[in-house]
Design a protein. Structure first.
Ligand SMILES: Nc1nc2c(ncn2[C@@H]2O[C@H](COP(=O)(O)OP(=O)(O)OP(=O)(O)O)[C@@H](O)[C@H]2O)c(=O)[nH]1
Ligand SMILES: [Mg+2]
Length: 471
């Protein structure tokens, strides 16, 4: 348990219905007693017994009253106050939440009073960190809290809620239990060497390792590969020469007039990023400056930014004007992106009937393509389906039915797999059990890094630094 009592505004800044100040720690109640006056009590009399009797408040009940500055008896706000006594609170400590009117000035004034009476300002994620340190949640659940806050689509929220329910923790604990059993058997075999044959059945152990542990870990890693896009989303970039309709397409996809569209080539000079949701998948999309040879220093900067953006994108939408013939610039762009995950978007399909449709070389046909008219919003559903199909592959699944590890978990699971394969190999080759135990202990330690049982403080600090203040 931490000695200090922490406090922070737990609701986002800005005007809203209510704003909440959260206080957690052993002095949460005494601090609130100093500044809370229950309705029906005498605000002007600080000695009024009823005013400061928060210790008698029932846990998980709301009390109506006022925040009063005891120094000048000024009423700061009318509030509702909730007391949640340890261990039945978010942090497992005594928690008081003051529900005030929202507004940065009033919330700041109340927080100042709370800090003046002994609380320390909470750091990012410190309430959740206390929930973890006090054993209410494991590290995977703490990480799910941040995922829930950051969830941009229903699917990413579903993934986070699976983790917050503790499903990952349960799965890891089941694997660890299996490994602990094996280590106990090895210890027994070392203590009773004459009975080693009876205690250690190599075939059975290899079978358990392979079927119960290695396969489960492989499945989890596979689920990361399939599912992380639903959580983390994809980065899309629209590229093409000037005037082909990049900005028009961007605006159609995000359904707002974000990029300027004109008939003048070279309208977009900077990188413009937006996010939107596609079949539950978070997408970050970038509109870029038209790629072509130019000496204009502003355009050169924009084109370089576009090239950097191509390098770090997951999928490229290569757009050409389907109503015109291909130019040297189109061929150059194709060469640049051809080995990357790309879709050929043939725009201005509304003009094909008027003019000849563009004739693309055979070598371009390997790239999945779609015809659209960004001007008339035609072919967009086909394009969206193609983006989803290429991003998620054929594997569409219910994110609530499977556990999808995050990248940190996945990298640890990769290391577990290496040590487990080495253990199985050792068993098959008849290596001494002590050597196999080294690999198994390594895996147990790694699994502890996922749930937080054996993780170092730097990792914990890094995880909680991603949180906002007040959570
Ligand atoms: N007929 C027709 N015109 C289109 C279509 N899409 C875009 N345009 C027009 O093409 C011109 C250029 O469109 P933009 O979206 O600004 O093209 P861009 O690729 O972003 O151009 P830069 O930013 O200059 O590189 C505008 O006049 C658009 O109205 C389309 O599908 N059909
Ligand atoms: Mg543009």
């Amino acid at each position: 348990m931490n000695d200090s009592t922490i406090a922070a505004v737990a609701t986002p800044t800005g005007a809203g219905g209510i704003g909440i100040i959260r206080i957690s720690g052993q002095n949460a109640l005494p601090i609130a007693s100093h500044i809370f006056r229950r309705s029906h009590s005498s605000i002007s009399n600080p000695e009024d017994k009823d005013s400061a009797d928060i210790a008698s408040f029932k846990s998980h009940h709301l009390y109506h009253g006022y925040i009063v500055d005891p120094e000048n008896r000024r009423v700061v706000d009318e509030v509702l106050l909730a007391v949640m006594l340890a261990p039945h609170s978010y942090t497992r400590e005594d928690v008081v939440e003051i529900q005030a009117h929202s507004g940065s000035v009033v919330l700041r004034s109340i927080l100042d009073l709370v800090l003046k009476h002994g609380a320390a300002i909470a750091g990012p994620g410190e309430f959740t960190k206390r929930a973890y340190i006090n054993g209410r949640i494991d590290l995977t659940q703490a990480e799910a809290v941040i995922d829930i806050i950051n969830a941009r689509t229903n699917k990413s929220l579903e993934i986070a809620t699976t983790l917050i329910k503790g499903e990952m923790q349960l799965c890891i604990e089941r694997i660890s239990d299996c490994l602990f059993n094996f280590l106990a058997e090895i210890n027994a075999a070392i203590d009773f060497p004459e009975e080693v044959e009876e205690i250690i059945n190599v075939d059975r152990i290899t079978d358990v390792f392979q079927n119960n542990i290695i396969n489960t870990i492989k499945e989890l890693i596979g689920q990361y590969d399939n599912g992380h896009i639903l959580r983390d989303g994809i980065k899309l970039v629209i590229v093409g020469k000037p005037n082909v309709g990049k900005s028009s397409l961007m605006n159609c996809l995000i359904k707002k007039e974000r990029s300027i569209v004109t008939a003048v080539p070279g309208t977009t000079r900077d990188l413009i990023e937006e996010s939107f949701s596609l079949s539950g998948m978070p997408v970050i999309i970038a509109d870029t400056a038209g790629l072509h040879d130019t000496d204009d220093p502003v355009e050169v900067i924009g084109i370089n930014k576009a090239k950097d953006c191509i390098d770090c994108s997951d999928l490229i939408l290569f757009i050409i004007d389907g109503g015109s013939v291909l130019t040297h610039e189109d061929h150059e762009i194709f060469k640049m992106i051809n080995t990357r995950n790309s879709i050929l978007v043939i725009n201005k399909s509304d003009l094909f009937s008027d003019r000849h449709k563009v004739n693309t070389p055979d070598s371009w046909r390997k790239m999945p393509g779609v015809e659209i008219s960004a001007l008339y919003s035609r072919g967009l559903d086909e394009l969206k389906d193609l983006i989803v199909k290429i991003s998620l592959g054929e594997n569409s699944f219910d994110p609530q039915a499977v556990i999808i590890p995050n990248l940190r978990h996945k990298l640890i699971l990769d290391r577990c797999l290496v040590s487990l394969c080495s253990a199985v190999d050792g068993l098959n080759r008849g290596l001494p059990l002590e050597l196999i135990a080294i690999d198994v202990k390594e895996v147990v330690g790694l699994l502890g890094e996922i749930t937080g049982g054996s993780v170092n403080n730097d990792v914990i600090d890094q995880i909680f630094s991603r949180f906002c203040i007040g959570k």
